[in-house]
Ligand binder design. Structure first.
Ligand code: CO
Length: 297
């Protein structure tokens, strides 16, 4: 049975409030010399302590990485003079808040690049309302970024949110777009412009540290069977390799991958090696505007 819309929206709002608090704590911890793993664990533990669950592993993507980087299990990587994107997702009863911020550890050299993604996000939030087309949103995002002489990343986009689904239609493009979709009151969407001084496109590359269950498949290898049971609790939402029991993990993952049970999320990098900035909020579309669930308290 469908829950009452207000009950559902209240869960989105509660998720957003928790996210805003966790995000502030994460920003304080992103410092030159600090471990990436410590920040990711802080984020994921705080989410659980506050009564929510991660909707995906804390993404910590640096410099030319745009998304889908997360520390490995014994990761000893520390922040250098990096341009750091922290992308956080959490849910309450499946209702998701998704927000990202860029922290500039380069000594302020990239303040304008960071500002370009933020300005694009703010411009989008300003025009979102019942009846707006995603094509218009893409256009204001692109304009805000190009005015500042950067490029939007064309193949990354905002997205709808649904229960236990962190990426549903509609796609919210970061560029002008031919065929928009009309947003309606009570739609919940994540707006996430990415700006770059590179080529304006991302490609897959590097290690996979984030997975999702595509479809449960029968497997005979007992390690794989156990792992399948373990990951079913994420209800299709992405999870980190470091969240999983370590014993014979690679064998179990390989087996599940080979039968087509797993979805992989490879790190996405700027094709031209450019730096990438990102800003993201989750919003509920209203009759004459939108409500940002993940805004700063
Ligand atoms: Co998102």
């Amino acid at each position: 049975m469908e829950e009452e819309i207000e009950v559902v929206l209240d869960k989105y709002r509660a998720a957003g409030r928790i996210l805003a608090e966790v995000r502030e704590g994460a920003i304080e911890r992103v410092k030159e010399g600090a471990l990436l793993l410590e920040v990711a664990e802080f984020v994921e533990q705080s989410i659980r302590e506050k009564g929510a669950e991660p909707a995906f592993p804390c993404n910590i993507s640096r410099n030319e990485e745009a998304a889908h980087a997360t520390p490995s299990i014994d990761d000893e990587t520390v922040f250098g003079k990096d341009l750091v994107k922290v992308d956080i997702g959490l849910h309450i009863d499946g209702y998701i808040a998704d927000s990202a911020v860029t922290v500039d550890l380069t000594g302020g050299e990239n303040a304008e690049l960071v500002g370009a993604a933020e300005a694009a996000l703010n411009a989008a939030i300003k025009i979102i309302r019942d009846g707006i087309s995603t094509a218009e949103i893409g256009e204001v995002i692109e304009n805000a970024i190009r005015e500042r002489e950067y490029k939007p990343v064309v193949n990354l986009s905002g997205h709808g949110l649904a229960r236990y689904n962190a990426h549903t239609p509609p796609t919210i493009p970061n560029v002008r777009y031919e065929h928009g979709v009309i947003l309606k009151e009570n739609d919940v969407v994540a707006i996430e412009p990415f700006a770059t001084d590179g080529a304006g496109k991302v490609v897959e590359g590097g290690n996979v540290a984030i997975y999702g269950l595509r479809k449960a498949k029968p497997v005979r290898v007992s390690e794989a069977k156990k792992l399948l049971e373990e990951i079913e609790k994420y209800q299709g939402l992405p999870f980190a390799k470091r969240w999983l029991p370590r014993e014979r993990l690679d064998l179990a993952l390989r087996t599940l991958k080979n039968v087509g049970a797993l979805r992989e999320y490879p790190v996405l990098r700027e094709e031209g090696g450019g730096l990438v900035s990102q800003a993201e909020h989750t919003v509920i579309v209203t009759k004459d505007g939108c409500e940002v669930t993940t805004k700063r308290p």
